[in-house]
Ligand binder design. Structure first.
Ligand code: IPE
Ligand code: IPE
Ligand code: MG
Length: 234
């Protein structure tokens, strides 16, 4: 059984969760943000070392200005409420995505969260904000091309070398990818990093994704036979 060091979650279904309760979509995002704390604590207790959460994609700018503005304000609310607790728990926050395209105040809050937990060695809690995997790979290719032009790299680059250009360069590969709320697609998330991840799709919307559901996903992961192209483990 391969240990799950790195779990990634596509936190989907906030809007549908809210609608079901007769509330505006933003109420779903608020409940979803609170659930990040609950699940981060649970993941840490379950021995996960890296938890990478999809909070806002490069495609999510297509939504209404009201919804986007609300989501952009959530990090300030979230870190004000929980950052001290995260630091006390030894969590290290890392933000993945193109932060300079975010509203300045949002970018600042995210960078501060990273900075204030930089020396922590516990759970690496990675929030993907304005993240798109195709964009990440394109930026990596451009950075590599630049290094070649400047004679800092050559054509001997291999997979491990290429990973150093990705935004996730400090993380091990994703072992388990979970998507909530019934949809079975990847939506431009961690395309390189999930090459050999086990995929688990659950029906619960993100605000209803409890520590018990996370444990269920981990049990399912543990029952899988990961082969990495080799032959069956017996
Ligand atoms: C996930 O929930 C949060 C973001 C994508 C920002 P959604 O907002 O996508 O909720 P549904 O999928 O519309 O229910
Ligand atoms: C994926 O969810 C992005 C995040 C959870 C941040 P979406 O709701 O944006 O994905 P699609 O549009 O259903 O593929
Ligand atoms: Mg969605």
């Amino acid at each position: 059984m391969e240990k799950c060091r790195h779990a990634a979650i596509i936190m989907d279904g906030n809007g549908r969760w809210a609608k079901k309760q007769g509330k505006p979509r933003t109420a779903g995002h608020l409940a979803g943000a609170d659930n990040v704390r609950t699940i981060a604590i649970a993941a840490d207790k379950l021995g996960i070392e890296y938890l990478t959460l999809y909070a806002f994609s490069t495609e999510n700018w297509k939504r209404s200005a009201d919804e986007v503005n609300y989501i952009m304000k959530l990090p300030a609310f979230f870190f004000k409420k929980y950052m001290q607790e995260f630091i006390d728990r030894g969590f290290r926050m890392r933000i993945i995505g193109e932060l300079d395209a975010l509203p300045a105040a949002t970018e600042q809050v995210l960078r501060e969260a990273e900075e204030s937990s930089r020396s922590n060695t516990g759970l690496s809690l990675n929030i993907c904000m304005n993240y798109g995997s195709q964009r990440e790979i394109l930026l990596a290719a451009k950075a590599y091309a630049r290094d070649v032009l400047e004679n800092k790299a050559d054509l001997s680059l291999d997979e491990a070398g290429f990973e150093k250009y990705l935004m996730t360069k400090d993380f091990p590969p994703v072992d388990l990818l979970i998507r909530t709320s019934g949809e079975q697609r990847i939506s431009n998330y961690l395309l390189w990093q999930i090459a050999y991840a086990e995929l688990v799709f659950v029906d619960e919307a993100w605000p209803d994704f409890t520590p018990e559901v996370l444990e269920r996903c981990l049990r399912e992961y543990e029952e899988r036979d990961r082969r990495f192209g080799g032959i069956r483990n017996v």
